[in-house]
Design a protein around this ligand. Structure first.
Ligand code: M6R
Length: 433
């Protein structure tokens, strides 16, 4: 589904472009009606809500119209101040999420117009909204939304362009230019997908962490929330997303050598600020993976590893930035779960299934230790050390670095491991180790 995104985005935006301009006539929303709304709300859950957050930044920036984004589960229970003359946009892949559906019904009851961006045809939300625009991601099989997110963002862009033009904040020429830039995005997603080995490397750096922080500002903050959700959802590593400027108000206390930070910095007006937040976390020992655009000049040692995203209009960066974030979550999950539960079980190091048959690049980032580890020092503080399935680690072995301890391995008492360790099923870790 990650790799289906170029097609999904193209299929979603193409039918909404008429002679180079955004066209929402399929749901009956013309410029006059659109420009008349007093307030705009975006209500959704999870990933769809993060797409709404991106929408808020873009709509406010381009159309100079205030947008309130709400989690549907909060909106529905707090007697929201919404009514006639307002537009409530509901975003939902399935069109069946109970909280989002209830938010829709409440908004209608209070007299607001409702517009749904939904992927599943004929779903409840699609049927019950006043207006519906379908995203065309195709069936979502994975529970972790990826293509659903990028098509939802694409619809948010189309909406923002349309509203900005309807409100005469941008000219027809500017509107056409934005639409044109959006049509270039599927190609750039393709290009982003070719940087897949960078995501594998980043995954190998974070796979042993117990907790991570994602940071960014503005649009990059919205992306941080989505990146963090993807990681926790499929790799089961705890992570939080923080607006980078908020770090100093408390959460910086959590940062240590053991807490990698993924920083997203694609917006030139605030990149300086984010870079200074990065130096704060680095001074506390955190390893930093920085995501920024191809053209951004970053001084040496600012981050431990940089993932470059193809250059495009900064406003459209979130669609591209979403891709490496999804890949990082995906590869981290493969490394932590697939390998431990499946590959190790089926004979990793017995020459049967190596993860690098699936992810060839990973091999470069992992150090294999043999079956019997004698009394020795293994000093690899910033690599990942794999202790073989059923291996025996001598009592006085000293391992300096993050480890994966294979299934049924025995790490005998008093062995020393410095770094986070993932302990395979059935592995025995002795007293005083
Ligand atoms: O079907 P919906 O878009 O209404 O679902 C809302 C959320 O449950 C959903 O976006 C969820 O957060 C993602 N599948 C997580 O990857």
């Amino acid at each position: 589904e990650i790799h289906e995104q170029p097609t999904a985005v193209k299929t979603t935006i193409t039918p909404r472009i008429n002679e180079g301009m955004p066209d929402f006539s399929e749901c009956g929303l013309d410029d006059e009606k659109l420009a008349s709304y007093n307030n705009i709300y975006i209500v959704a859950c999870g990933t769809a809500m993060h797409a709404g957050m991106v929408g808020k930044y873009v709509i406010e920036k381009l159309a100079r119209t205030r947008v309130t984004v709400d989690m549907a589960s909060e909106f529905r229970y707090r007697d929201p101040i919404v009514g006639k003359g307002d537009l409530v946009i509901l975003i939902s892949q399935s069109g069946e999420t109970a909280d989002t559906r209830e938010a829709l019904l409440i908004s209608r009851k209070k007299g607001a117009d409702t517009l749904a961006f939904v992927n599943v045809k004929g779903s409840s939300i699609a049927r019950e909204a006043d207006m519906v625009m379908y995203t065309h991601a195709g069936p979502e099989i994975s529970v972790a939304s990826t293509k659903a997110f990028t098509v939802q963002i694409s619809m948010m862009y189309m909406f923002a362009f349309k509203l900005a033009y309807a409100k005469k904040v941008i000219t027809e020429e500017e509107c056409r230019e934005y639409v044109h830039k959006l049509t270039q995005i599927p190609q750039l997603i393709e290009k982003t997908l070719t940087h897949d080995d960078e995501a594998q490397y980043a995954a190998s750096r974070i796979m042993n962490a117990e907790s991570l922080l994602y940071i960014g500002r503005g649009l990059d903050y919205a992306l941080s929330m989505e990146g963090s959700l993807k990681l926790k959802e499929i790799s089961y590593i705890h992570s939080e997303a923080y607006a980078a400027g908020e770090l100093k108000h408390g959460p910086i206390a959590l940062i240590s050598e053991q807490t990698p930070v993924i920083a997203i910095a694609t917006q030139s007006n605030i990149i300086g600020k984010t870079l200074s937040n990065i130096s704060e976390v680095k001074s506390r020992g955190a390893k930093v993976v920085l995501m920024c655009s191809e053209d951004t000049v970053i001084k040496e040692n600012v981050a431990d590893y940089i993932i470059r995203i193809p250059q495009c209009d900064e406003l459209l960066m979130p669609i591209l930035a979403a891709v490496p974030l999804q890949l990082i979550a995906y590869y981290t999950a493969i490394l932590r779960l697939f390998n431990l539960d499946e590959t190790i079980a089926s004979g990793i190091f017995d020459g049967v299934t190596y993860p690098w048959e699936v992810l060839p690049k990973i091999k470069d980032y992992i150090i294999e230790l043999g079956n019997t580890l004698p009394t020795e020092e293994y000093d690899h503080p910033s690599e990942n050390i794999w202790i073989a399935k059923s291996a025996s680690v001598a009592p006085t072995a000293y391992i300096n670095g993050p480890c994966i301890i294979g299934r049924n391995a025995e790490v005998r008492h008093c062995a020393f491991i410095r770094g986070n360790a993932i302990v395979g099923e059935g592995a025995v870790v002795g007293n005083s180790t």
